[in-house]
Ligand binder design. Sequence first.
Ligand code: ZN
Length: 510
Amino acid sequence: MSYAVFSERMGLVNDLLCTVSLLQWDFRTQMASGGAETRSHQIASVTMSAREALLAVETRRAVDAADTATSGLAPDSIERRSIADARAAIAVHDAIPEALLRRRTELATTAHNVWAEARRTNDFALFAPSLAETVALSQQLAEAIGYRDTPYDALISLYEPGTTSADLTVLFAQLKAGLQPLVAQIAGAKRPRTDFLYRLYPLAEQRQLVRQLSQTLGYDHDRGRIDEAVHPFEVSFGRDDVRFTTRYNSNCIVPSVQGALHETGHALYEQGVDPALQRGALVTDLVGLYAVGGISFGTHESQSRLWENHIGRSRQFWELHFGMARDLFPEALGDTTPEEFWRAFSAVKPGPIRVEADELTYDFHIMVRVELERALIEGSMQVADLPEAWNAAMQAGLGVTVAEDQLGVLQDVHWSTGQIGTFCNYTVGNVMAAQIFAEARSQPGVAKGIERGDYGPLRGWLTEALYRHGRRFDRKTVLLQATGNGDDTRPYLRYLTEKYTELYQLDAST
Ligand code: ZN
């Protein structure tokens, strides 16, 4: 009985947060730009209602009563984990002063507008005061949340709980050492043919291809829908309504296919959550106030990258499914082989822009951001010194010269909306994707399925190991259960080395 009361309180919070997500989805896919101002108030109000529902005295009483009533259950039972999550989230929210929260929310809107203008006019000095205040508020937030080694850890915990700045230092050192020689070797190698990627690809057929590809991977079209947005994303309102978007360019096939493969990966995770967790604490990020079935942003990213890269950018995938694309685009792809398509789709080209980066250079973009964020939050760097430090780091890491701040420090939206601590998710996800995929593929049924283009066994294994649990176990626990290891860069480095040695016909002995 008391657990039922607690569940109903969590259901209310989840319902409100799903409503926020629906307002966001509409904002990003349907709404005319004129509605932006009104919509931002609606989103803020419903989010605050969810927070109030979580922190209400009724919820606190329900948590205590349910705690007592379920004390005999196993600590990792759905009930005990849900109660523990709710209690921990309430403690985090209680620690954050109301005034700080309000100022952060206000600043997110104004700083975003200033950033957009600064990026448009290539004027970092315009954005610098807003960013300085964002850093100051983030430092206060870190103090409120608490940390052991560095205030940056408190901010990381909002997006990647349990992962620390020290963990990232180890991860980054290993990746740099493993990837830099490979990037250098490729710089001197023969470039694959890519001309056919930039031909006329009619949009109706691209939409058809996106549908077919997502269906091939196992996306359930009866429990979701696909739309169009400039920045592709996935969003779920419970496991039975999981939507994603992609973007289209009639003169290039890459953005729509890449977006579809990536977002389908996110969507498969959400569609695979156990129905028993619906509307509960274990499908709700109660700290970040976001309805989501995945454990952490990095874990979510591991699944988008697994499906996008390990499956969708593999040679085998295009040998099996290239016909699907050629049937739809006989003119654009008539003179292209599956192997050429695979090579072109995975080609490496170091550049200044993160969202356009290839698989091999992507993590360097992340390392630059994480290291600068940490320095800003720890106070060892000032905002005014950021552009120069950014450009130097891009030069040192990738040999890329950043010509202007538009293409450098001003390119990402994250800092303008107060999100500091979230960039590490992408690299954590890349590393984890390779670990999980290597383990999955060692299962005989999974490997055989992939060979014939049947992804059901892979999906089944991932659902069992990861998807069905929702947020029941933390990231490191799930990784340990699934692979027998903690964070380990070796499978990722092995995967990239093997793939790019073959793709660029590098001398494997060097
Ligand atoms: Zn993603």
